[in-house]
Design a protein around this ligand. Structure first.
Ligand SMILES: *[C@@H]1O[C@H](CO)[C@@H](O)[C@H](O)[C@H]1NC(C)=O
Ligand SMILES: *[C@@H]1O[C@H](CO)[C@@H](O)[C@H](O)[C@H]1NC(C)=O
Ligand SMILES: *[C@@H]1O[C@H](CO)[C@@H](O)[C@H](O)[C@H]1NC(C)=O
Length: 345
C-alpha cells in the first residue's frame, strides 16, 4: 500500500502531459553504466540548442557538457555522446564509486531537462575487474561474465573500451556463428561467456560485460556493466638466424616460467609438430636434437650438417590449453664458403 502511494507520487511528479521527467538507472560499484537521456516528443522539432549536459544535483555540480555531434566527450570517468538524429543522447560512467549515487540532471541547455536518479544495484557479482593474458596467434580466448540470478532473462551485452565505449555484441542477436570473431553464449542462469577468435595485438584492451535493463515509466533502458576485463596480449617473437652449409646451429627458446612443465615442440614450416616427449634429456628427430630444460623453461635446439633443405621457418613452441605459444625462427643457410669469417659451430 505504502509502495503504491510512493509510486503514485513519483508518477505524478515525473510524468507531466505524457513526458517522462524522471528516470532511475542502476549501476554497480566498480562497474560502469550507460544510459540514454531521452528528448521529449514535443521538443524534437524545435530543439535548436545543440548543447547537452549532464550534471550532479539540481544545482549542477560536476557538470559535463557537449556541443559536438557523433563524438564522445569526456570529463574523467564521465562521457557524453550526442547525435542530433537520435531521440536521445548517451551518458557513460566508468568505474562507479559509492559517491556517484544520487540525483543528476540531464538535458539540452535552455529547453528541456530530466532528473536522473542513479541507484546502486546490489549483488555479489557486481563490479568485478580482472586481467587476462592472451598471446598473439592464440586461436580462442573465452571470458566468463557472471551475473546475479535476477538477470537470467535480461539481454546480455559485451562492449569494448577502445578509448570510447564500443558495442561488440548482445545475446538477443540470433544465430551466432562460431566462425565469427566474437561469439556470446548465455547460460540463462548465472553467467555468459564471450569467445574471441584469432587473437592479434589489436585485441588487447578493456572489455565490459553488461546486462540490459528495460525501460518502464520509472527506469529507462540502460546497461549496467558488471565486469571489466583487461586483456593483455603478449607477442610472439621472431628471430633471424644465419648458419653455414655443413655446419650446425644451436638455438635456445625461452618460455614464461609458468609453462615450464608443458610439452614443447618444434615445427618446420607447416609440417607436423615434433613434440619433445621427455624433459631434461636430449632427444632427436633425424638431425634435429632437442633438450627441454624444465628448471629454466627453455628448449634448446641443435641442428647439425646443415643443407639447403634445412633453410626454413621453424616454430619453437609450447603447448598450452586452446593454443600454442611459440617463437618463430627464420633460418638461412649460407651456401658460400666462409669468406666473411663468420661464426662457425
Ligand atoms: C550547457 O550547460 C552546461 C551546464 O550548465 C554548461 O557547462 C555548458 O557550458 C553549456 N553549453 C552550452 C553550449 O551552452
Ligand atoms: C576504480 O576506482 C577506484 C577508486 O574508486 C580505483 O582504486 C580503481 O583502480 C579504479 N579501477 C579502474 C579499473 O579504473
Ligand atoms: C602484460 O604482459 C606483459 C608480458 O607478460 C607484461 O610485461 C606486462 O606487465 C603485462 N601488463 C599488464 C597490465 O599486466
Amino acid at each position: 500500500m505504502k509502495a503504491a502511494i510512493i509510486l503514485f507520487i513519483f508518477i505524478t511528479l515525473c510524468l507531466i502531459s505524457g513526458q517522462v521527467l524522471c528516470v532511475r538507472v542502476f549501476g554497480c560499484t566498480g562497474g560502469s553504466l550507460m544510459f540514454e537521456c531521452m528528448i521529449s516528443n514535443q521538443r524534437k522539432t524545435d530543439d535548436q540548442h545543440k548543447g547537452k549536459y549532464f550534471c550532479r544535483d539540481r544545482g549542477c555540480k560536476m557538470a559535463i557538457s557537449t556541443d559536438v555531434q557523433r563524438r564522445w566527450v569526456y570529463n574523467g570517468r564521465f562521457a557524453l555522446y550526442d547525435d542530433e538524429n537520435s531521440r536521445f543522447f548517451t551518458v557513460f560512467i566508468r568505474n562507479l564509486s559509492r559517491e556517484d549515487y544520487g540525483e543528476y540532471t540531464c538535458g539540452n541547455n535552455q529547453t528541456w531537462s530530466h532528473i536522473v536518479t542513479l541507484v546502486e544495484s546490489k549483488g555479489s557479482r557486481c563490479g568485478k575487474s580482472v586481467i587476462r593474458d592472451g598471446y598473439l596467434g592464440q586461436k580462442t580466448i573465452t571470458f566468463r561474465c557472471e551475473y546475479d540470478e535476477k538477470f537470467k532473462t535480461h539481454t546480455k551485452v559485451f562492449y569494448r573500451l577502445n578509448e570510447d565505449p564500443v558495442h561488440v555484441l548482445k545475446s538477443s542477436r540470433s544465430s551466432q556463428s562460431s566462425e565469427e570473431k566474437f561469439s556470446l553464449s548465455d547460460s540463462h542462469n548465472d553467467h555468459f561467456t564471450v569467445t574471441i577468435r584469432d587473437i592479434s595485438a589489436a585485441d588487447g584492451g578493456v572489455y565490459l560485460c553488461g546486462v540490459e535493463r528495460d525501460g518502464s515509466h520509472q527506469s529507462s533502458t540502460h546497461i549496467t556493466f558488471i565486469k571489466e576485463i583487461q586483456l593483455n596480449v603478449s607477442g610472439q617473437t621472431s628471430v633471424q638466424v644465419q648458419a653455414y652449409f655443413s655446419k650446425s646451429v644451436f638455438i635456445t627458446c625461452k618460455f614464461p616460467q609458468k609453462f615450464k612443465g608443458n610439452k614443447k615442440f618444434i615445427q618446420k614450416d607447416s609440417s607436423q609438430k615434433i613434440f619433445v616427449e621427455e624433459q631434461n634429456q636430449w632427444v632427436h628427430h633425424d638431425k634435429v636434437h632437442m633438450y627441454d630444460d624444465s628448471s629454466e623453461g627453455r628448449l634448446k635446439v641443435f641442428i647439425s650438417d646443415l643443407t639447403a633443405a634445412d633453410e626454413a621457418t621453424y616454430r619453437c613452441g609450447v603447448n598450452i590449453p586452446d593454443h600454442d605459444l611459440f617463437t618463430e625462427i627464420k633460418l638461412t643457410v649460407n651456401q658460400g664458403k666462409e669468406l666473411l669469417g663468420g661464426p662457425s659451430f
